[in-house]
Design a binder for this molecule. Structure first.
Ligand code: NAD
Ligand code: DAU
Length: 358
């Protein structure tokens, strides 16, 4: 059987959907098998407007990475030449209020997926071009002080249940490479932003609250630093690692755009005020300093020399342009925002943000 499918897990979420949209556009020979449980963070609307030719190469399966029998069946039915594993519980604040789901999906689900992928790879006769690409986070390295950056050899030191679960999953992926010879790849990236991000993460949450005239919750004093990476730059990096990365290797991916939370929130206020024709500075009055996140990592920064030197990747978008484009996307997709903000989201947000913002 011709091995033409790439299994993508979590392809209805933020980064997974952006990635699928990119590869279907840029690689006419890719056939994507998208396995997603459609949790609160997964939304098929993210892929609903694909052109027919691309939609024909996108096969969606509603299912869970913890379901070993389903995975075995899928690997038998669809000859896969690789896996790109995005599916996860991804929000740090949710991991603090409910860590078990993070253990179950991020650790247990990844192990179930590894086992099924290993069996499929062995049954295919261990093809050397098979790849199991695990999409992970810079949070596994813990927190930086004011200087320095995470490299691929930085020690693991996770702070939250989310980052601990991602660290554990990285260890299992690496172990399957070393123990069984499965051709694995791991990428650890910094904070993504862009279209289709669920409005619980800082940037879409703040845009949404500015538009609604609600308070903008800034944890602590707003001095925590993140290295912001435009999701389309991340997708290009993932594609290059999947196609050209050396099996067994880890690659760090960063945007090279360090900003404090307060800088991000103020910049968003400035852009939205200008777009909405509001008095400059008017939205800044919505900023509310709230109780800090427990175990809040102070700073993340990425040393992206390895991916740059080995694969020639670097971000193509300037931060200010990409942030402005992101605001434009959210302004033009208010229906999408309203759609994903129903049910679970509203209840969780009310409990965890509105109360803390007082
Ligand atoms: P997301 O929360 O937007 O999407 C996660 C997707 O996984 C959703 O579609 C959800 O339905 C699906 N999913 C969750 N549990 C599942 C399960 N048990 N079985 C099948 N599908 C399931 O996440 P994201 O922001 O797109 O992140 C994607 C990956 O990238 C995650 O592994 C995350 O840890 C990693 N990551 C994200 C960022 C970021 O800034 N967003 C940065 C670094 C790494
Ligand atoms: O670094 C990569 C990680 O980036 C990913 O692995 C995670 O999946 C992703 O959620 C993101 O984690 P963060 O915790 O850094 O992202 P978040 O958007 O939740 O927060 C960004 C910063 O903004 C952080 O310092 C906390 C702060 N913050 C966040 C929210 C939601 C606030 O001050 N107020 C808020 O309401």
């Amino acid at each position: 059987m011709q091995r033409k499918y790439i299994l993508i897990t979590g392809g209805a979420g933020f980064i997974g959907a952006n990635f699928i949209r990119e590869v279907l556009k840029r690689r006419s020979d890719w056939h994507v098998l998208n396995l997603d449980a459609l949790t609160y963070a997964g939304n098929l609307a993210n892929l609903a407007d694909l052109p027919p030719e691309q939609q024909a190469r996108h096969h969606f399966v509603h299912g869970d990475i913890r379901d070993g029998a389903l995975l075995t069946r899928l690997f038998k039915e669809y000859a896969c030449r690789g896996v790109i594993h995005f599916a996860a519980e991804s929000h740090v604040d949710r991991s603090i209020t409910g860590p078990q789901a993070f253990v179950d999906t991020n650790v247990g689900g990844t192990c179930t997926l590894l086992q099924a992928a290993l069996a499929a790879w062995q049954e295919q006769g261990r093809p050397a071009d098979f790849r199991f690409h695990h999409v992970s986070t810079d949070e596994v390295y813990g927190s930086l002080g004011p200087d320095g950056a995470f490299s691929e050899t930085s020690p693991y030191d996770p702070s939250s249940p989310y980052s601990a679960s991602k660290a554990a999953s990285d260890h299992f992926v690496r172990a399957y490479g070393r123990t069984y010879g499965l051709p694995i790849l791991i990428t650890n990236c910094s904070n993504n932003y862009g279209p289709y991000q669920f409005p619980e993460k800082l940037i879409p949450l703040v845009i949404d609250n500015i538009l609604a005239g609600k308070s903008l919750p800034v944890y602590g004093d707003g001095s925590n630093v993140r290295d912001w990476l435009y999701v389309l730059d991340h997708c290009q990096a993932l594609l290059q690692v999947f196609e050209k990365g050396r099996p067994g290797q880890t690659y760090n991916i960063g945007g090279g755009a360090e900003r404090t939370t307060l800088e991000i929130v103020r910049e968003l206020c400035r852009i939205v005020d200008a777009r909405q024709g509001r008095e400059p500075g008017s939205s800044e009055s919505l900023i509310a300093f709230v109780t800090d996140r427990p175990g809040h990592d102070f700073r993340y920064a990425i040393d992206a020399d390895k991916i740059k030197n080995e694969l020639g990747w670097q971000p193509a978008h300037a931060f200010s342009d990409a942030l402005a484009a992101t605001v434009t996307w959210y302004l033009e997709h208010q229906e999408w925002v309203a759609g994903v903000k129903s049910g679970d989201y509203r209840q969780w947000l009310e409990l965890n943000y509105d109360r803390r913002a007082g």
